[in-house]
Design a protein around this ligand. Structure first.
Ligand code: SF4
Ligand code: SF4
Length: 73
């Protein structure tokens, strides 16, 4: 069960993939079907139920694109 949920400020993503590379459960990937206004492919969550709410993705993102909501309990 998901321990949390992440949200993206998509317009500030530059597709550097640091979040993808540092997610311990490997649930992030480049979404090849969606680009933002700047023309970068954004990131999508493949298996949201596996999110640990560890925030590694948010910490690694150089542009503070990701916000982590940690579920209680
Ligand atoms: S919070 Fe952790 S488990 Fe969830 S997407 Fe980010 S790096 Fe992956
Ligand atoms: S680390 Fe941030 S800027 Fe880089 S791909 Fe992930 S969300 Fe986008």
């Amino acid at each position: 069960m998901a321990k949390g949920k992440i949200y993206f400020d998509y317009e500030n993503c530059k597709g550097c993939l640091l979040c993808v590379n540092f997610c311990p459960t490997k649930i992030l990937e480049m979404d090849k079907t969606h680009t933002n206004e700047k023309g970068y492919n954004v990131i999508r969550v493949t298996e949201p139920e596996k999110c640990l709410a560890c925030a590694f993705c948010a910490i690694m993102c150089p542009d503070s694109v990701i916000t982590v909501e940690r579920f209680k309990g």
